[in-house]
Write a protein that binds this ligand. Structure first.
Ligand SMILES: Nc1ncnc2c1ncn2[C@@H]1O[C@H](COP(=O)(O)OP(=O)(O)OP(=O)(O)O)[C@@H](O)[C@H]1O
Length: 260
């Protein structure tokens, strides 16, 4: 239950094009919230999909003693849940039915939920995400942000050891951005789940992550605490922007002044 996630020599791409290039990542401890940042097309989604077993990859991804790349998709899905960036959800199911479906598709934490508890478990996740009032609403009737929250509830109810979130707050207003980041941190601490999330918002990543990884051209540029990873030099290198990064007693303050 307390296995670290370790990545070494991970390579993935499309046809002959290599997008993630022999990536090594120091072990990610249980309970860590790791933000993956980098420019468009850096390979972030490809990396997440490879970690989820949804995209072919070579190299090694280990969760404790288990080699994830050789697991069947079903075994992989019991340990790792991936929430994609685009959210189809154009289906005639309610939010509650969607979450129940996700729970049935993969026994949460590897254990079947007794039938009498299924709806209660699903509702409590929906409420924690902050959309209890939408439980009986059809997914196809939701706004973009509401759909993103419903997808998050579907991912969380599976109680994976590793949760991979691809831009989980991109459609959310400020209130829900913070609510989701706080919830993800709480859940990681409570259940020792490892969270790897792609974010574009530096300020949010710095405020809410234990660890930040900067990726560019499928290669690791920086990896460490937000204070260590987010430096003016790293932002210039990765994003081609002139930035000022101040470490204050309250955290890290970032000002982006111009593009280079
Ligand atoms: N299905 C595909 N077929 C071919 N090339 C692809 C495919 N999907 C992604 N790519 C290419 O792989 C590279 C990395 O894409 P990826 O989606 O992993 O980037 P990303 O870092 O998640 O970007 P963004 O921040 O824009 O979402 C890009 O150059 C992209 O064009």
């Amino acid at each position: 239950m307390t296995d670290a996630l370790a990545i070494s020599g991970l390579t993935a791409g499309y046809g002959r094009r290599v997008v993630v290039n022999r990536l090594d990542l120091a072990p990610v401890s249980p309970g860590t919230v790791l933000s993956l940042l980098g420019p468009n097309a850096a390979g972030k989604t490809t990396l997440l999909r490879a970690l989820a077993g949804l995209h072919p990859a070579t190299g090694s991804v280990r969760l404790g003693e288990r080699g994830l790349l050789s697991l069947s998709l079903a075994d992989h899905a019991r340990l790792v849940t991936y929430m994609p960036q685009s959210l189809p959800q154009r289906v005639a199911l309610t939010v509650l039915e969607g979450v129940i479906g996700a729970m049935r598709a993969s026994a949460p934490g590897g254990q079947l939920v007794p039938e009498r508890d299924v709806a209660d478990r699903a509702l409590s996740v929906i409420e924690r995400v902050g959309i209890g009032h939408l439980a009986m609403t059809e997914l196809s009737h939701l706004s973009g942000g509401q759909r993103q929250l419903a997808s998050l509830a579907q991912a969380l109810v599976r109680q994976p050891r590793v949760l991979l979130l691809d831009e989980p707050i991109s459609a959310l207003d400020l209130y829900y951005q913070l609510r989701v980041m706080k919830l993800v941190r709480e859940l990681a601490a409570e259940s020792r789940m490892i969270v790897v999330m792609v974010l574009h918002d530096l300020a949010i990543a710095v405020r809410w992550s234990d660890r930040v990884v900067l990726l560019a051209d499928g290669r690791l540029i920086a990896d460490g605490t937000p204070q260590d990873a987010i430096t003016a030099a790293a932002l210039a290198d990765v994003y081609k922007v002139a930035a000022r990064v101040d470490i204050t007693p309250d955290g890290v303050r970032i000002a982006i002044d111009d593009i280079l």
